[in-house]
Design a protein around this ligand. Sequence first.
Ligand SMILES: [Zn+2]
Length: 449
Amino acid sequence: MMEPKHAIWIKDPMAILAEGAERGVVVQNGRIVELVAKGRQPATPATFFEAGDHVVLPGLINTHHHFYQTLTRALPAALDRELFPWLQALYPVWARLTPQALELGVNVAMSGLLLSGCTTTTDHHYVFPAGLENAVDIEVAVAQRLGMRVLLTRGSMNRSQRDGGLPPDSVVQDEDTILADSERVVARHHQRGEEAMVQIALAPCSPFTVTTSLMRATTALADRLDVRLHTHLGETENENKFCEEMHGCRPLDYLEQCGGLNARTWLAHGVHFNAQEMQRLGKAGTTISHCACSNQVLASGCCPVCDMEASGVVIGLGVDGSASNDQSNLMQEVRAAFLLQRARYGAGRVSHKDALRWATQGSAACIGRPELGEIAVGKAADLALFKLDELRFSGHGDPLAALVLCGAHRADRVMVGGRWVVADGAIPGLDVPDLIRRHSAAARAMQAG
Ligand SMILES: [Zn+2]
């Protein structure tokens, strides 16, 4: 990885998602220090990177994922099922997850994300079979090796079938273990401040896999440790039914009762909130990770993104786990969100720029990192550069629109904190065929049992 101390001018891009930066941007010490307007030269002395063949975006930010699920993509037993039976088909396979398999799964997920132009990702890891106690530590090590910015969550499940929950006993932990490990991983890995490369959040999995006691204790712990809180909510009609039967209220009421309806929290999905609930989310400052592909694959429904925004709810994008997507390509997720929401709301309300905004500024707000997700002076030098030289782009007009409409899927260059982490469409030092070989073998072993 190259680590420039000097300034670099990303010079004369074909197009850039920023105002007043027609001649590009200058980055130094991990930040954007200058936008170079039409007809101007940089004021900062800088070497330059010729970007005439590139469309420059702020690095995309992924707000929901389960990296380990790359090991169970397109699993026959889970095909053509909706969320609850889909989970029930997968839990026994996930119970066989080992540290070695997780490391490979994380590597595949993060590499796929980076190559798609994603510079910051979250992960929601909530499966902790015996022997996998160090799951979050394994994820941190891979992120540091790849140079990717991450907000990893210490997920949890403690309501198994024994207690009326969905998962089998073998994949859950008890409340004390979960809370103690949550404190441990925050103390060990969570960095504060705008330069942070690794952050930790707490993430009880869902109302149907976590007890009320743990849900309450986790929101209180997130407050005390001052870290973000994440969970799945409003994903399916079945979840509504479960909450009404188990807790006598709807999922959002339940979250509020447990102390989680506030600006610290971002929620995955938000498909099934009603108008009054959207108002409450907006007022509370709780944000939503929209997972368009996953919601379509599992037939969960369509998150009412424009109604959410009209209610003051900030929307980010998430690819979701690679067993319900089943890939980790955030640029393709931008297109999927654009298509789904345009079909719902029409051409006058949803443009390609809205979808790009969700994946950048919106996602940055979801994870509490306003210094990311935008090309502006003082923001982090996290950039994704795409070429439009593939067959799919031939004949394009507007370069920014072409990224979304023609289906860009692979960045040519990616910069995180001023360092190039993808060059010429590849991650320096990553042997992709070897990774595929080892990851596939681990997946086969897990699926075979
Ligand atoms: Zn999920």
